[in-house]
Write a protein that binds this ligand. Sequence first.
Ligand SMILES: [Zn+2]
Length: 99
Amino acid sequence: MKENLEQMAKQYKAVVEQIRKEREQLGLEISNTLQKALAYQGSTFNIQPFQNPEGIEGSAQNWHKVYAKETQLCQNCKTKISRIKQNGRSTFFCPSCQK
Ligand SMILES: [Zn+2]
């Protein structure tokens, strides 16, 4: 009984540590993505042009991997990019990589 509890406590601590590491990595990735988006000054598409206050168009669309690419294959796994609409807005994703 005591060994089971100790084993469960050990497993619980391992899961908590894994979650902590994943949260830390997610925070770093979000920060990197936001900094990159700011550096590229937004995304410019024909249907949704974006310009900064000086009239310069953003170039973030050049590094999008799935957005507005529903006719293309995922760069990672070659699965066709999917598009769904949620509240009138489109979401693009790879159904294999982004579950
Ligand atoms: Zn993929």
